[in-house]
Ligand binder design. Structure first.
Ligand code: NAD
Length: 501
């Protein structure tokens, strides 16, 4: 087997790489080859405390930095990111496994949030009222919170942190990013970019770790807010523990996204969409389509078209121009494969079996081929569970109403899509479906950065979505100032509750 030089990814605190004060580490693995390529430090409580102290110390200076200066730094970060995103994409592909084009795609979606945050001077404006009472004026401002923690999942090492930190920093907060220990290095790369862009030390920090570092952040009295993205059980845990400690928390969880295909849909468009949204990034996207809800009259034709397209996909190392890369770890690959076993055992029609795979890759990568099931029923684990792999299930329904009911009965509510040429049906769906992000003939309806990203039900704990207006709201708190400047008419006693006059 080819040898690789091992590197260590450690924390970034106060503008420099910092070794951990404990001794725990985890392996970093290239999922396409199965080789261990490095290790990541897992922060001790002392290291997390050091990061929080650095972020706390940097806060007053950054909060008081003019909007013009903050915006200049954001523009510089945007330019550097845009010019050098190829380097970041290579890091993502080497640790996550997704193909290079897809890694570039996630960086672009993150970059859009940076671009929106460049408009912070406008986004953060308050209101002003003259003569609310006689010679009394009122104005409102939105002020930063302090230290913001951002805890990310493995599947978008660049984009998910960028859903939050551009807005948090633009608004005057200081941040600590806690990446996934499976894909840690992208955050350090972005930290160095911030330094080059002119961000003062201590405003952007990275601590690596697992439950111990997360718990320390959740309990720390100097952490003001927590933005979490990950699986539903951990999202709920983070929300409950963080809010119990008095923090503002937004915790985005898992998903099971349905795509409803009506009889009048363009079935070629729908089949393309199902393949792209089902198998892109090997299904390891929170907005992946994992269930096709097909009205029975077109189900045979649709499944055949999806299968035909899926057979043309090239699976392999993400650096080799393939369509789909590996799963993130061998354990996850095995878990996804066990769902295929379970679906088959439960009696679903196995149209394409992903367990048979000959990838274009060297070594022992964590590959599966795309799997397609038909005639899946709602009691099967391949329907009920978030598999987070390249497994697409088809459930057949008799009508729009049955399809809608199915989707609304799901405990998740992240994304969904309808495929139809009937504007009236699409409009009903937009109105009736209980999901946070809805596509009409668009399979992965990720909102643009100037809108907000977030699901409903078990896909989000808290009431604030990421970026857009809700992001600005999350990372600031409102203050209203009522003021009167002395003039000869002031004064007089009145013990009643203040009313306008
Ligand atoms: P995960 O929940 O295992 O981990 C997420 C983060 O939580 C990581 O930083 C991890 O270190 C930390 N963590 C893990 N276990 C913990 C524990 N017991 N206590 C405290 N912290 C813990 O998720 P993952 O496997 O990295 O990511 C995949 C999941 O993320 C999927 O469920 C996917 O749907 C979800 N996701 C959701 C969205 C969204 O927008 N809703 C976006 C991306 C991913």
């Amino acid at each position: 087997m080819q040898t690789v030089s091992l590197r260590t990814t450690s924390h970034w605190i106060d503008g420099a790489t910092v070794a951990d004060q404990g001794s725990r580490t985890a392996d970093i693995t290239n999922p396409a080859t199965g080789q261990v390529t490095g290790s990541v430090a897992l922060a001790s409580e002392a290291t997390v405390n050091q990061a929080v102290a650095a972020a706390k110390a940097a806060f007053p200076g950054w909060r008081d930095t003019s909007l013009a200066k903050r915006t200049t730094v954001l523009f510089a970060f945007r330019e550097l990111l845009n010019a050098r995103k190829g380097e970041l994409a290579e890091i993502i592909t080497a640790e996550h496994g997704k193909v290079l084009d897809d890694a570039l795609g996630e960086i672009s979606r993150g970059q859009e949030v940076v671009e929106v945050a460049c408009g912070i001077a406008h986004l953060i404006k308050g209101g002003h009222t003259e003569n609310a009472s006689t010679k009394v004026d009122v104005h409102s401002v939105r002020q930063p919170l302090g230290v913001s923690a951002i805890i990310a999942p493995f599947n978008f090492p660049a984009m998910v942190p960028m859903w939050f930190f551009p807005v948090a920093i633009a608004a005057g907060n200081t941040v600590i990013v806690k990446p996934s220990e499976k894909t840690p290095t992208a955050a350090n790369w972005m930290a160095e970019l911030w330094k080059e862009a002119g961000l003062p030390d201590g405003v952007f920090n990275v601590v690596h770790g697992d439950k111990e570092s997360v718990d320390t952040l959740l309990d720390h009295r100097d952490v003001a807010s927590v933005s979490f993205v990950g699986s539903t059980p951990i999202a709920q845990y983070v929300y409950e523990r963080g809010t119990a400690a008095g923090k503002r928390v937004q915790a985005l969880g898992g998903a099971k996204n349905h795509m409803l295909v009506l009889p009048d849909a363009d079935l070629d468009l729908a089949a393309d969409a199902a393949v792209n949204a089902g198998f892109g990034a090997a299904g390891e996207r929170c907005m992946a389509i994992s269930v096709i809800v097909a009205v029975d009259s077109i189900a045979d034709e649709l499944v055949a078209k999806i299968a035909e397209r899926t057979r043309t996909l090239r699976i392999g190392d993400g650096t080799r121009g393939c369509d789909m890369g590996p799963l993130v770890t061998s354990a996850h690959r095995d878990k996804v494969a066990s769902y295929i076993d379970a679906g088959e055992a439960a009696g679903a029609d196995l149209v394409l079996d992903g367990r048979q795979v000959t990838p274009d890759a060297d070594g022992e990568g964590f590959f599966l081929n795309p799997t397609l099931f038909d005639r899946v029923t709602t009691d099967m684990s391949i329907y009920t569970d978030e598999i987070f792999g390249p497994v697409l299930s088809t459930v057949r329904v008799d009508s729009y109403d049955d399809g809608l009911e199915l989707i609304n009965n799901s405990p998740y509510g992240n994304g969904t899509a309808i495929f139809t040429n009937d504007g009236g049906a699409a409009r009903r769906f937009e109105n009736e479906v209980e999901v946070g992000m809805v596509g009409v003939n668009v399979p992965i309806p990720v909102p643009m950065a100037y809108y907000s990203f977030g699901g409903w039900k078990a896909s989000l704990f808290g009431d604030t979505h990421a970026h857009g207006a809700e992001g600005v709201h999350f990372f600031t708190r409102g203050k209203v100032v009522t003021k009167r400047w002395l003039d000869p008419s002031h004064g007089g006693l009145n013990l009643g509750f203040p009313t306008h006059s």
